[in-house]
Design a protein around this ligand. Structure first.
Ligand code: ZN
Length: 212
């Protein structure tokens, strides 16, 4: 569902660009709104959420899909935790669809999906591992790296129930915005993937904005 935001970038309390291949990790407080802006279009932002109070509570794709009875994420979707609590709610979305089924790219899956020599290519899982290693204060370990959201990624379900990775439907300037319902740690890998069409084979920066 396309829904414009009423928030102005001029009033944001935080703005930062994240280059493709980089990670971004930060605590977002309950009541704050987080926007991910697709600056150049067709990018994928692979994202995980944790409760700041206890990272054992984290984003759960299966609880989110079941509770909203829909496999796609868009404005109005409540992002649920593995404890059944609403972590964030998507409050604006000019892209219209985000994936939570496809999973994140990893060197192992690149190797299996594409070619043996793709194993050395940079992948989202590596960016997450680097993020938690360089930011031990959040208390997130390797075992907490679980299923994620791919903002802006287009993974439609076929009539037969299959998954297909398709060309992105996002464009330059499209964004998704969500309001935190609890204090959350946000961990984003701005995807460096060069082997599938999720980012048009051209990884580009995204911008993160936060409002109080
Ligand atoms: Zn990726």
């Amino acid at each position: 569902m396309i829904k414009q935001s009423h928030l102005s970038p001029d009033n944001a309390v935080f703005t930062e660009q994240v280059l493709a291949g980089d990670y971004w990790i930060k605590e977002v407080k309950a009541g704050q709104t987080l926007r991910i802006l697709d600056l150049e279009g067709n990018q994928a932002a692979d994202t995980l959420f944790y409760s700041a109070a206890d990272p054992v509570e984290r984003y759960s794709a299966i609880d989110t899909i079941r509770e909203q009875a829909n496999a796609y994420l868009t404005a109005g979707t409540k992002l649920m935790s593995n404890f059944g609590n609403t972590m964030l709610e998507i409050t604006a979305d000019t892209c219209g669809r985000h994936d939570t089924l496809g999973g994140a790219c990893a060197t192992e899956s690149n190797q299996i999906r594409y070619a043996l020599e793709k194993k050395c290519m940079h992948a989202c899982r590596d960016s997450w591992m680097l993020a938690i290693a360089e930011n031990e204060q959040y208390g997130i370990s390797k075992r907490d790296i679980t299923h994620n959201i791919n903002f802006f990624m287009n993974v439609p379900i076929t009539a037969e129930g299959g998954l297909s990775f398709e060309d992105g439907i996002s464009e330059a300037g499209k964004y998704v915005e969500m309001k935190a319902m609890m204090d959350v740690i946000v961990l984003i890998s701005n995807c460096p993937q060069l082997n599938n069409p999720c980012n048009a084979y051209n990884p580009t920066p995204v911008e993160i904005l936060i409002w109080d």
